[in-house]
Design a protein around this ligand. Sequence first.
Ligand SMILES: *Cc1c(COP(=O)(O)O)cnc(C)c1O
Length: 370
Amino acid sequence: MNICDLAPKYIRAIMPYQPGKPISELAREMGLDEHAIVKLASNENPLGPSPLALAAMTRALQEAALYPDGSGFELKAALSQRYVVSSEQIVLGNGSNDVLELAARVFLKPGASAIYSQHAFAIYPLVTQAVGASGIAVPATKYGHDLDGMLDAVTPETRVVFIANPNNPTGTLLAAADLLRFLQRVSPDVLVVLDEAYNEYLPDTAKPDSIAWLKRFPNLLITRTFSKAYGLAGVRVGFGLAREDVAGLMNRVRQPFNVNSIGLVGAVAALEDVEFVKRSYALNRAGMMQITTGLRRLGIEYIPSYGNFLSFRVNGGNAGAVYQSLLKQGVIVRPIGIYEMPEHLRVTIGLESQNQKFLQSLERAIGESV
Ligand SMILES: *Cc1c(COP(=O)(O)O)cnc(C)c1O
């Protein structure tokens, strides 16, 4: 008997998560210069970290021998002021993925179920399966969440519904009124996890007033991250907002030092760097326009996106060959076959020059693949 055979079956059945290919790996594989490679595969901020955050983190390195503040006092104070919630309503995470996992560990167990949409963020099935609960994927409508279908899928065993708004990798956005109607109709016995990782990329008019909903719905958990518009994906900071009792349970399960000291300091500074977030938003809008215009010119179908990325369909369905050809040209995008979108590729909006290199390389890749 192999020791691994004794691990729970639901653990052994987990498919490993496929992250975007790192620049260093592609450079090694293809013998390319790292500087010549454009990575548009993981929805990272092409501007890098907020300069205020970078300065604060550089100073904080001096203190790296000390454990971080396990309560995250200063970051919680800053978040509490920004979002007008109490510190007790906040759960800090090693990225928001950590918060999603905490929600699963607190509310799910074998025999319970979680609901998410087809084509929704891959971490939802992963954290569900890791605690032995069953996942129910509800078929999407036009690549977006079918909230009525998700409501119908709720059973007495359902404890969590994951909703990504905007969703990754489809970039689809739910209307605030539809989300609100869902919250009003879903059983209060079900935790609704509203994942707003791309919230900062929404125009103000499209932002749902989700945080205000916390007062009305004790079963709502909102997750946000410093990985995208704040440019801090590498230091791993995210957070959840919920009612005090829900946040309290999640904080009990949380590892005492789950957020590192560099990330804590960087996040506080990044939150203050309003100008940087504005700049990230504006760059993304311009880049989205540049890429959609380019794709239309190439006759390539895409799903209109509210995030900092875009999924497009490779004509003829040969996404694998186009992905490989892009790699050879030093451009890393993301295949999304695991999202049941084998004919699509996802590209992150980059700097103008990166977007241009992507479009030129794509044109060549498509020429080769026909
Ligand atoms: C990128 C992303 C996150 C953020 O993950 P972190 O762990 O905070 O880096 C969360 N949800 C979705 C849908 C994402 O695409």
